[in-house]
Design a protein around this ligand. Structure first.
Ligand code: FES
Length: 335
């Protein structure tokens, strides 16, 4: 039996129980999402005691050397003393440079931070030790350009409340990441491309589109946005700004019948749209970002339409649960 020490509580973790489960059972307020070692939102740090190697799979060498580990994958065989990574200096600091309203009720958040990333990757933005949110990057990594995030207001969600109500220019946030392997790689410039996204993945495919256009991609590009509600229609105005009149990409909204109608809107299922619009996707390169079930479904539909699995790049976004409660200031939890 291993003893866990975490923020003043001591827990006896029974065999086969992972650290995340043990902490949650003891009432600790720790972030988590996928519980399968993918999203890294449960990352903690051992300040005393070894952690099993399998609990560090996927972490960077610098994080491993500092004893970071994934709590959901950690079943310790010895006592460990644990702290939140947020209270260390290992997350990049960013400063909110602007926040404004976008179309259809969305909010745009811009943050100044020296982050090396690719358009289409995502980061976890931490407002405090407990409030984090996976945000895909809609910006391009250009010198002196802020990071850009599109945030959908969701009632009762602490991060959303912060973006819609509490944020101030000059606020400090911390960034974890970037993560994700779904981004445009220059080359094969004549290859047709599908960019498909839902919900939180829409900013990512918007970023990938910008990257492909900036790299003068010549093949057909189709942007497929599956809208689950009115807010998911917000990209129309941004995409029309990108349209230089040379027909370099086509934009399609896939919606349920009662949601919207008009040019560029397809009422029905993604699979039906793909069949009607393309017939086959053999030879196409695809990028898919969004909620895990939607990403898996769209990936399958694109594969069944003839695309090679090697040419399908996808990132499911496992969102972090933020329990309701007080949002502490930076000084409450920073070391
Ligand atoms: S990696 Fe542990 S909750 Fe996702």
């Amino acid at each position: 039996m291993a003893r866990l020490k975490f923020e003043g509580i001591e827990i006896e973790a029974t065999e086969d129980v992972d650290v995340l489960s043990a902490l949650l059972q003891a009432g600790a307020n720790v972030a988590f999402s996928c519980r399968i070692g993918v999203c890294q939102s449960c990352m903690l740090r051992s300040v005393k005691g070894d952690v099993p190697k399998e609990a560090q799979t996927g972490l960077r060498d610098s994080q491993i050397s500092e004893n970071f580990f994934l709590a959901c994958q950690c079943v310790p065989s010895n006592d460990i003393e644990i702290e939140r990574p947020y209270t260390t200096q290992h997350f990049l600091e960013g400063i909110v440079s602007s926040v404004d309203d976008m179309a259809d009720g969305m909010r745009r958040l811009r943050i100044d931070a020296e982050l090396a990333y690719r358009a289409g990757q995502y980061v976890t933005l931490w407002v405090d030790g407990q409030t984090g949110h996976r945000c895909s990057l809609a910006s391009l990594p250009e010198a002196n350009s802020p990071l850009e995030f599109h945030v959908k207001p969701v009632a009762g969600d602490r991060f959303s409340d912060w973006v819609t109500r509490d944020v101030n220019i000059g606020d400090t946030v911390r960034l974890q990441g970037p993560v994700g392997a779904t981004f445009y790689v220059p080359g094969h410039t004549q290859q047709p491309i599908i960019l498909a996204g839902t919900g939180s993945g829409l900013p990512a495919i918007y970023g990938i589109l910008r990257d492909a256009l900036q790299n003068a991609h010549q093949g057909d590009i189709h942007f497929l946005a599956e809208a689950q509600d009115e807010k998911d229609l917000y990209l129309r105005s941004l995409l029309s700004e990108l349209d230089d009149g040379q027909n370099r990409f086509k934009f399609h909204h896939i919606v349920r019948p009662d949601l919207a109608e008009g040019p560029g809107i397809y009422q029905g299922a993604m699979a039906d749209f793909i069949e009607d619009e393309f017939g086959t996707l053999a030879g196409w390169r695809s990028f898919i970002c969004g909620d895990p079930p939607a990403v898996e479904r769209i990936k399958k539909e694109i594969f069944l339409a003839g695309a090679s699995l090697n040419e399908i790049h996808s990132d499911p976004y496992y969102q972090i649960g933020n329990p309701p409660g007080h949002i502490p200031s930076m000084s409450d939890s920073a070391s």
